[in-house]
Design a protein around this ligand. Sequence first.
Ligand SMILES: O=C(O)CCC(=O)C(=O)O
Length: 265
Amino acid sequence: MQTVDDRFQYGPSEHAAYQDRGYYLFDHFLTPEAVADYQARVRDMLARRHESVPPEMMIGVHQIEPWIFDIAAQPKLLDMIEHQIGPDILLWASHMLCKPPHTGDAVPWHQDAPYWNISGRFSAGVWIAFDDVDEQNGAMSVLPGWHKKGTFPVQDSHSIKGFHSEIVPAQLPDDLDQRRVPYILNAGQMGIHDVMIPHNSPPNTSDRWRLVLVFRYIAADAQLGPNTYHNYKNGQPFEREFTLMRGRDVQNLGLRRSPFEKSTA
Ligand SMILES: O=C(O)CCC(=O)C(=O)O
């Protein structure tokens, strides 16, 4: 099965637009066969999900499901990441963010990088729609150009699974609704967003699921802190792994090239 659509491309003009606006939306990423196959696989994951792991927060899934790691390792996707952060590339997170019909949670306005206990040259967050996504089933929105404004102050946010803080609302523009750009995507399309761009998403008020997969990469010379995720199958904790997707292990950390490869250490 071919995963990436032949029409997907990331050249100098896409890169310049991404850098300028802080996001970019692609009309083509997954092939229709891949979308159908992945939808079935995610539904199977949801059926096997442990009750302690919310469907909106299945994290580190590329360390558990080889088929998800295979998507992250697609050469055309890594070519795009290389364009952004250079040839030595680590994959450090995947988020399967599935908002169920009617109950799928909102995500408050936030920036990504300040949350993460790692720092360095981040790629864009790669947000792949496995379903048609619109504002009714919880499309993410971004604030174009606002990735250049630095880190915004945050306040506690208690109501939402997995998010403990949000950008102080007074920091956002008065005409937020006119400025924000929602990711209205068909299944198989993809958006990328800068780790500093403010973004949010509303609850899923529709009768439909919103299945989305996100990958996060960083250049291999980064400062890499630990973190613990929970296995979606059994709720058990596991450590995040930094996987060398391309290039060199420049810090000689003994990184594996796949979470499914036997360690040589
Ligand atoms: O998918 C969403 O609703 C939010 C995703 C998000 O915050 C991210 O990918 O950084």
